[in-house]
Design a protein around this ligand. Structure first.
Ligand code: GLU
Length: 450
């Protein structure tokens, strides 16, 4: 275990003040202990030291002019973490909390997630501390164009293919694609999550949420159970949460919560999906407005919960789907879920569970689908978009959806079998980390010291 400690200490010196990144590295390295100890080749080839260091990190200035004529400046990032398995692939996050630590933790997770899909994609991530919330369309467009003025020279359909993440949806992808085309004169699959009108793939928008629910169903089926009839807690109100809620209804479950940066809605009879889409996808409004239509629903403003943790996890339910952001589910929340009889957690967001909470959950009886396995459906469907772009084809909704289901099932089988192989059956944190790591590490070894 000393190599874990040594690696974290070395990172703390070489890359100071990146706590989310250390958290992601520590979780992965802890799971890898048995495979590192039993295989000298990983030590001899310094795979751990190489894998925690991005191949390339790009940081740039993003100046733009707001509607009042003032010049604004944001920071832009693209971390090209690992290309052993294919071109760098991963989203762009636009959120005020973005910094080098957040982008690096996301990029690091992305390497193993992408490896788990079995598809030919490396790991990368990018973004900006720009916050699209409250900005006009004109401001968003000018920001995206300025962001692409630098990014275009680093990306390409066979080098690095960004997509969306928090704060980056079809609108932002559209403005960035337009600017890329203007700068390079090339119409090519350089971004995924594109509009269906011009190169996007059916199911991409739904894929992360749907995939998280498919993964949950695999976990439950393995225990001779299913989502049918289950009451579910969902956090978030973005792309991932909305389509997790949609798929939960398809599976005969009842999602009773959702949340945004200001508060949580609890609706005992089930969240009204059409109203949620209207509020978030069309009006970009606060969830509090849900009460205008359903005064009987309960709204808890963020921070009003008396104990440390989040109101969304304190309702009685059978299953929980964290689909908002990192570290949104704490140890107190985990204990509350267990007390309330929750039997499953499937993570739609990236690293939504704190380190302490992960330990509590892994030691419990709950089925637990960690993010890099459970939310890999989004990036997997991005790769299906790349494949359609490269072959100039458009697949039907059913074709893409059935591939997504197969991919999620295979990820579950792979992580589950790996957990058995290493003597911890059902520990999908261990199984997913080792299965993803082995594919990347073995590819790195075969490609030499580069
Ligand atoms: N941002 C998503 C993720 O966390 C999707 C990335 C992609 O489609 O490239 O996996």
């Amino acid at each position: 275990m000393s190599h874990i400690h040594d690696t974290i200490v070395a990172l703390q010196h070489s890359s100071p003040a990146q706590k989310e990144f250390y958290q992601a590295v520590e979780e992965v390295l802890t799971s890898l202990a048995p495979v590192i100890e039993s295989n000298n080749k990983y030590k001899e080839q310094a795979i751990i030291q190489r894998i925690v260091e991005p191949e390339r990190q790009i940081m740039f200035r993003v100046p733009w002019v707001d509607d009042a004529g003032n010049v604004q400046v944001n920071k832009g990032y693209r971390v090209e973490f690992n290309s052993a398995l294919g071109p760098y692939k991963g989203g762009l996050r636009f959120h005020h909390s973005v910094n080098a630590s957040i982008i690096k933790f996301l990029g690091f997770e992305q390497i193993f997630k992408n490896a788990l899909t079995g598809l030919p994609i490396g790991g990368g991530k990018g973004g900006s501390n720009f916050d699209p919330k409250g900005k006009s369309d004109g401001e968003i467009m000018r920001f995206c164009q300025s962001f692409m003025n630098e990014l275009y020279r680093h990306i390409g359909p066979v080098t690095d293919v960004p997509a969306g993440d928090i704060g980056v949806g079809a609108r932002e992808i559209g403005y960035m694609f337009g600017q890329y085309k203007r700068l390079t004169g090339r119409y090519e699959g350089v971004l995924t999550g594109k509009s269906l009108l011009w190169g996007g793939s059916l199911v991409r928008k739904e894929a992360t949420g749907y995939g998280t629910v498919y993964f949950a169903e695999c976990m439950l089926n393995d225990r001779n159970d299913s989502l049918k009839g289950k009451t579910c807690l969902v956090s978030g109100a973005g792309n991932v949460a909305i389509y997790a809620i949609e798929k939960l209804y398809h599976m005969g479950a009842t999602p009773v919560t959702c949340s945004d940066s200001r508060g949580t809605i609890y609706h005992e009879h089930g969240i009204d999906l059409q109203l949620l889409k209207q509020l978030k996808e069309v009006k970009r409004a606060s969830l509090e407005e849900y009460l205008d239509t359903y005064p009987e629903a309960e709204y808890t403003p963020l921070g009003d919960y008396p104990n440390e943790g989040h109101a969304v996890w304190r309702y009685q339910a059978d299953a929980a789907f964290p689909c908002a952001t990192q570290n949104e589910l704490t140890s107190n929340d985990a204990l509350a879920l267990i007390d309330n009889g929750c039997v499953l957690i499937s993570e739609g967001a990236n690293m939504p569970t704190t380190r302490d909470a992960v330990n509590i959950i892994v030691d419990s009886e709950m089925a637990y689908g960690p993010a890099k396995a459970a939310n890999a459906g989004g990036v997997a469907t991005s790769q299906l978009e790349m494949a359609q772009n490269a072959s100039m084809q458009n697949w039907t909704f059913e074709q893409v959806d059935s591939q997504l289901q197969t991919i999620m099932k295979n990820i579950f089988i792979n992580a589950n079998e790996t957990s058995r192989e290493f003597g911890q059956p059902g520990n999908l944190v261990l199984g997913a980390n080792i299965a993803g790591f082995r594919r990347v590490a073995d590819a790195m070894i075969e490609q030499g010291i580069v």
